[in-house]
Design a protein. Structure first.
Length: 152
């Protein structure tokens, strides 16, 4: 995005004010006494809005260091918050955390690393990008974005 703006490519320009406004709102939330779940929900909602995706989900690593637990989502079943889990290395999300790098697929359900998480209503989505969330190079979870349409 920086390169596009630096070279005068204005195709991304309309998204920039929206992205900056979302970042300001997230920063304000982080500086107040909000609880973790409210902050994660705000991050998921703003990511969905700015990236123009159909779903954003945040999985955090449990204290055991082996289990990723769904803590916020805009597109998956809300009743699964705190209940849906994946092991590190399991599915595309667990893979992103295990190898500390983003994983993506335009047709995720046909990706050999994809794992359907029961009762999440995830079957409506096709493309998936899972990115590890880190603190000082150590994984703390993953942020997923999904779309109903296939995306390259």
């Amino acid at each position: 995005m920086e390169d596009a703006l630096a070279t005068g490519d204005n195709s991304l320009a309309p998204a920039r004010p929206r992205a900056l406004a979302a970042l300001r709102e997230i920063a304000r939330a982080l500086s107040t006494a909000w609880d973790l779940d409210s902050t994660l929900d705000l991050i998921a909602r703003k990511t969905t809005e700015v990236m123009r995706v159909d779903s954003c989900s945040i999985y955090l690593l449990d204290p055991d260091g082996e289990t990723l637990r769904l803590r916020a989502t805009t597109g998956l079943a809300q009743r699964m918050l705190g209940r849906a889990t994946l092991k590190v290395g399991e599915g595309m999300t667990g893979h992103a955390v295990a190898f500390n790098q983003p994983v993506h697929a335009s047709d995720a359900q046909h990706n050999p690393n994809f794992k359907y998480v029961r009762c999440t209503s995830e079957s409506a989505f096709h493309s998936l990008l899972a990115a590890p969330m880190l603190i000082e190079e150590q994984p703390i979870g993953a942020l997923n974005v999904q779309t109903i349409e296939n995306h390259a």
